[in-house]
Structure formats: structure tokens, C-alpha cells
Design a protein around this ligand. Structure first.
Ligand code: HEC
Ligand code: HEC
Ligand code: HEC
Ligand code: HEC
Length: 248
């Protein structure tokens, strides 16, 4: 009986979380279903989550991940002298972009059709593109303001970089005006903080000692319509809310 109640409570909690996500995403450009507010959307498919997640036959690349991954090796520019040899990250395909950032780039690098899924909605359909979305991300790759970041992401803020004390100490020892916040600073875990270090296999000096660093989802929440551009905080009101959380 208690077990059953526990299961019920847990499933309600999950459904509640999913309902909140659905409420947040519905009015955003990430609603690629036919009810989406943007111009890029499916002809008839009504499910919202399916373009990124599936309960079955999911890829292990991310949480129940459903969108076909890109096979591209990205061009990234690591700051001179700092990363390079210290970043020993053999990521599949030779690219050093990993984990959550690969999920975003599966649509945002402009090489994969937006509706190309591992598990198409409907039973037994297997992989394929949803009708109306057999198109790639529009926009000039890498141009300012373009949703198509392209495959040269050297003009995007670094992602897939471990954020550890070595990095912070190296940065703070340099002549820069900026200070870097320690990964053990209590503000990371403070209630209400939305800026999170996310999983990465990248290392900064020696073996990874945190397993966490900066990924797209440190700054963006793909489900949220709270702030423009899926930002996790009100960055436009004051960019200190975001940038100066890490370097101030
Ligand atoms: C446009 C793509 C996209 C859509 C659509 C989408 N998600 Fe996600 N979701 C993601 C990505 C990317 C992550 C992983 C974020 C990370 O950790 O980097 C994620 C993570 C999650 C997680 C793990 C917890 C978390 O927030 O990290 C849950 C639960 C989830 N999504 C639920 C949903 C539900 C429910 C829907 C539909 C209402 C949905 N998502 C629609 C992209 C999407
Ligand atoms: C399934 C494909 C898909 C995935 C996965 C995806 N996006 Fe998007 N994203 C889109 C589409 C489509 C648009 C709308 C482009 C347009 O209208 O020109 C968009 C728009 C955006 C925008 C601009 C929003 C605006 O209001 O103009 C941002 C920022 C963004 N995505 C960030 C992300 C991040 C960060 C992730 C991963 C956490 C992600 N996206 C994952 C498809 C995707
Ligand atoms: C350090 C924080 C940070 C990281 C990391 C980050 N972004 Fe952004 N991103 C921003 C900010 C800030 C904007 C501009 C928001 C605005 O216009 O108000 C933006 C804008 C965008 C846009 C809108 C188009 C444009 O170029 O203005 C897209 C799409 C996008 N980001 C996707 C991504 C993806 C995909 C990743 C991971 C590869 C990523 N971002 C990593 C902070 C970040
Ligand atoms: C979650 C923490 C985090 C946030 C938030 C963040 N950054 Fe960064 N930033 C980093 C890390 C980590 C690096 C890469 C370290 C390196 O250069 O070796 C970096 C590098 C940089 C660099 C290159 C500096 C250098 O010394 O190499 C600039 C410039 C920068 N960020 C600006 C921004 C801006 C602007 C924002 C807000 C839109 C922002 N950052 C938000 C963590 C963050």
C-alpha cells in the first residue's frame, strides 16, 4: 500500500514537472508541433516533446533523446595557451563538443533536418523526418543573430569546458580585470540559482575533477519562455545577471 502510494506520488511529481515544462515551451519557437507559434513547424503532428524526446528507442546521448545527432566536427577556438594541450577530450567523432551542447547543435548547426527523429511519432514507424519539417535550420551559418550557428562555433561562447579550481586559479592569476568565481562558491547551489554547470567529459589540467562545466544549457533553458531567447535569467535587463555570475 505504502509502496503504491509512493509510486503514485512519484509519478504525479513527474507528470507535474512535465506539465510545467509543457506550459513553458508551448508559446516558444521550440514548439515545433502544428500548434507552434513560429513559422517552422510540423504540418499535422501535434506532440510537442517528441521533436527532442521519446519514451522508447531513445538515444542515450541525452535525456530520452530523440532528435538525430549531427556527425559534424566543429571548429572551436580555444583561448591561446590555455586549453589546447590541457584539454584532453577525445569525444566521439573527434569534436570536443560533448553532452548537452551536442543536443542543441543537432538542430542549431544547420546540418540535420529539424524534424529528423530516431523514433517518429506513431507506432512502429522507426526513424525519419516528420512531415513539414524535412528542412534544416534556416539562416546564414554563424551570422550575428542567426539561429543557425553553423559548424564553426568559434564565435560562440566556449562550451564543453570543465569549470574547475585550476581554471579559476589560472584565470585569477592573470592580469585581467575580471575575477573568476570558484566552483565551490555557495552561490552555485543557492536556492533559486538558475545558472548551472552541466556534465562534460572535458578536462582542464589532468583528469576531470568536477565532471561539470559550461554547456549551452548553463545559459539557456530550451523549455522556458520566462525570458526571451530561452535565457535562464533576465540577461537583457542587466547582463551582470548572467555573465558576471562567473566572471565579475
Ligand atoms: C527543442 C528541443 C526540446 C523540446 C521540444 C523539449 N525538450 Fe526537454 N530537453 C531538451 C534538452 C536539450 C535537454 C537537456 C538539457 C541539458 O541538460 O543540456 C532536455 C531535458 C529535459 C529533461 C531533463 C531535466 C532537465 O530539465 O534538464 C526533462 C524532464 C525534459 N527535457 C522534459 C521535456 C518535456 C516534458 C517536453 C515537452 C513538453 C520537452 N522536454 C521538450 C530539449 C527539448
Ligand atoms: C529539434 C530542433 C532543436 C533543438 C534540439 C534545439 N533547438 Fe533551439 N530552435 C529550434 C528552432 C526551429 C528555432 C527557431 C528558429 C527560427 O525561427 O528561425 C530555435 C530557436 C532557438 C533560439 C532563438 C529563440 C528566439 O526566440 O528567437 C535559441 C536561443 C535556441 N533555439 C537555443 C537552443 C538551445 C540552447 C538548445 C539546446 C539546449 C536548442 N535551442 C535546441 C530548434 C531546436
Ligand atoms: C555564456 C552564456 C551562453 C552560452 C554558453 C551559450 N549561449 Fe546562446 N546566447 C547567449 C546570449 C546572452 C544570447 C543573446 C540573447 C539575447 O539576444 O538577448 C544568445 C543567443 C543565442 C541564439 C540566438 C541567435 C543569436 O546568435 O543571437 C542561439 C540560437 C543560441 N544562443 C544558441 C546557443 C547554443 C546552441 C549554445 C551552445 C553551443 C549556446 N547558445 C551557448 C548566451 C549563451
Ligand atoms: C557558467 C559560467 C559562465 C558564464 C555564465 C559565462 N561565462 Fe564566459 N567563460 C566561462 C568559461 C569557463 C570560459 C572559458 C575559460 C577559458 O578562457 O579558458 C569563459 C570565457 C569567456 C571569455 C574569454 C575570456 C578568456 O579569458 O579566455 C569571455 C570574453 C567571456 N567568457 C564572456 C562572457 C560573457 C559576455 C558572458 C555572458 C553572456 C559569459 N562569459 C558568461 C564561464 C562562464
Amino acid at each position: 500500500m505504502y509502496k503504491l502510494m509512493l509510486i503514485l506520488i512519484i509519478s504525479f511529481a513527474f507528470i507535474f514537472a512535465a506539465m510545467q515544462i509543457q506550459a513553458g515551451i508551448k508559446d516558444t519557437k521550440h514548439n515545433l508541433s502544428s500548434s507552434g507559434p513560429g513559422t517552422i513547424k510540423a504540418t499535422t503532428e501535434t506532440q510537442i516533446c517528441v521533436f527532442c524526446h521519446t519514451p522508447h528507442a531513445a538515444s542515450t546521448a541525452g535525456p530520452l533523446w530523440n532528435h538525430s545527432l549531427s556527425t559534424y566536427n566543429y571548429t572551436v577556438s580555444d583561448p591561446p595557451g590555455l586549453l589546447g594541450s590541457q584539454l584532453s577530450t577525445p569525444v566521439t567523432g573527434g569534436s570536443r563538443v560533448d553532452y548537452g551542447s551536442k543536443l542543441c547543435l543537432s538542430c542549431h548547426d544547420g546540418t540535420v533536418a529539424l524534424g529528423l527523429l530516431y523514433n517518429k511519432p506513431g507506432s512502429g514507424l522507426g526513424s525519419g523526418a516528420v512531415t513539414g519539417l524535412d528542412i534544416k535550420m534556416p539562416g546564414i551559418p554563424g551570422a550575428a543573430g542567426s539561429p543557425n550557428l553553423g559548424t564553426d562555433i568559434s564565435s560562440t561562447h566556449l562550451v564543453s569546458i570543465e569549470y574547475n579550481q585550476y581554471l579559476v586559479d589560472d584565470k585569477n592569476a592573470s592580469a585581467s580585470d575580471f575575477r573568476w568565481k570558484s566552483p565551490s562558491d555557495p552561490s552555485w547551489t543557492a536556492a533559486g540559482n538558475k545558472i548551472k554547470l552541466r556534465p562534460t567529459g572535458a578536462t582542464y589540467k589532468g583528469p576531470p575533477n568536477t565532471g561539470k562545466g559550461v554547456q549551452c544549457a548553463s545559459c539557456h533553458d530550451p523549455h522556458s519562455s520566462t525570458y526571451p531567447m530561452f535565457m535562464v535569467v533576465d540577461y537583457r535587463a542587466n547582463n551582470a545577471n548572467l555573465c558576471e555570475f562567473c566572471h565579475y
